[in-house]
Design a binder for this molecule. Structure first.
Ligand code: ADP
Ligand code: MG
Length: 365
């Protein structure tokens, strides 16, 4: 966790990477602290892997510098960095047993045979693969292979472990399970992790801090709650989770902002004073922050509409409500009661939508 006054374990200082005329990473500056589980999150092609490869030393920055543990990494080859990288494809040796794969990286280290055996045993224990030590990769499930790759990367006891889309090949249940396993390994070992993913849920679950990337640039860095509840831009708001966004203009500033939002058919109140009268802004509201009801609620922000679409997911329902202006609003509602009356509203029902002024996000970019 970053704490005040602590020197960063990794300092990325104005790093740019060009491939010919194409800039894959643009002037990225970023500090990562010891023991963090840090996620680089962004769509395909935004430069995540390139940034990770520069940390590992497989690519050199075109400009800027990278420090690890206080040392300038310029010109330091991968094998001399206190870093290990686990690749997108786990690249296990098919002819070697689980044990052989985990110990492989240690053959080139200056460790005794006894220490190697001990470490392999410890690592297998850590990822709960001891009973499968003698198996070959093809005799393992995807999740087990992933854990072998993780154990192999951990066996070298790096100070920094880089994971590139580590769970990409796993199905949803296994992903969730493995996410928690990685988190618990991280807690037990104290190793600093940098994880690259395009999956926002994965970043939210795993990481204590997330850097959201777009076209080689970092758009926002923060805790999962920061980037979700306090996105700094339309891009980040839209990239993380789903959200309703409406254009408007500030008409009054005092006890919150009054914003005229034509698509919502009137004025909306937002708890903020970060804009001036006349500013063009975007009001963003997450679907789960909107309350749907049949009766008109006593709320500052209340809008009527008709249910056009309804998805029932068991634990919750997603409604798409059309307003008189033609705008569609997404609402997510937890199904707290059971039985035939579980749904708050049905197709074509006339409903009211309401949200608290503090639930709305004011965005200017
Ligand atoms: N060695 C390379 N030569 C040329 N272009 C590259 C090279 N490596 C990556 N790129 C380009 O840089 C961009 C970022 O790639 P990458 O870092 O792999 O993105 P991500 O991991 O976020 O999907 C992509 O457009 C990719 O095509
Ligand atoms: Mg990649």
């Amino acid at each position: 966790m970053p704490s005040e006054g602590q020197a960063p374990f990794i300092r990325i200082e104005g790093v740019t990477k060009d491939f010919g005329k194409f800039t894959a990473v643009k002037n990225v500056s970023l500090d990562i602290f010891k023991g963090e589980m840090f996620a680089l999150l962004g769509g395909s092609g935004c430069g995540k892997t390139t940034l990770l490869r520069m940390l590992a030393g497989f690519e050199a920055p075109t400009s800027g510098r990278i420090f690890i543990d206080g040392q300038d990494m310029t010109g330091v080859p991968p094998y001399e960095r206190p870093v290990n990288m686990m690749f997108q494809s786990y690249a296990l040796f098919p002819h070697m047993s689980v044990e052989g794969n985990v110990g492989y990286g240690l053959k080139h280290e200056k460790v005794t045979a006894k220490e190697r055996t001990d470490r392999v045993r410890q690592m297998l224990d850590l990822v709960q693969l001891t009973p499968l030590a003698g198996r070959k990769p093809h005799q393992l499930s995807g999740g087990q292979r992933q854990r072998v790759a993780l154990a192999r990367a951990l066996a070298k006891q790096p100070k920094l472990l880089l994971l590139d889309e580590p769970l990409g090949a796993l199905d949803k249940k296994l992903r969730e399970h493995t996410q928690f396993e990685i988190m618990s390994i991280q807690e037990r070992t104290g190793i600093t992790f940098v994880v690259v993913t395009h999956d926002q849920e994965e970043a939210m679950t795993l990481a204590n801090r997330i850097a959201v990337m777009d076209h080689g640039e970092i758009r926002q860095i923060g805790a999962p709650t920061d980037v979700y509840e306090f996105p700094n831009s339309r891009f980040v708001a839209g990239f993380i989770g789903s959200i309703n966004m409406f254009e408007g203009e500030v008409t009054k500033n005092g006890a919150g902002l009054t914003i005229s939002v034509p698509t919502l058919g009137g004025d909306i109140t937002v708890s903020s004073d970060a804009a001036a009268v006349g500013d063009k802004v975007t009001v963003a509201v997450r679907p789960e922050k909107i309350v749907i009801s049949r009766d008109r609620p006593e709320a500052v922000n209340a809008i009527s509409g008709v249910v056009r679409d309804l998805g029932y997911f068991g634990k919750d329902s997603l409604y798409r409500v059309s307003l008189a202006t033609g705008a569609l609003v997404s609402v997510n509602s937890v199904n707290i009661s059971r039985g035939g009356t579980a749904k708050t509203a049905d197709w074509e029902d006339k409903v009211w939508l309401s949200f608290d002024p503090s639930a709305a996000i004011l965005l200017k970019d």
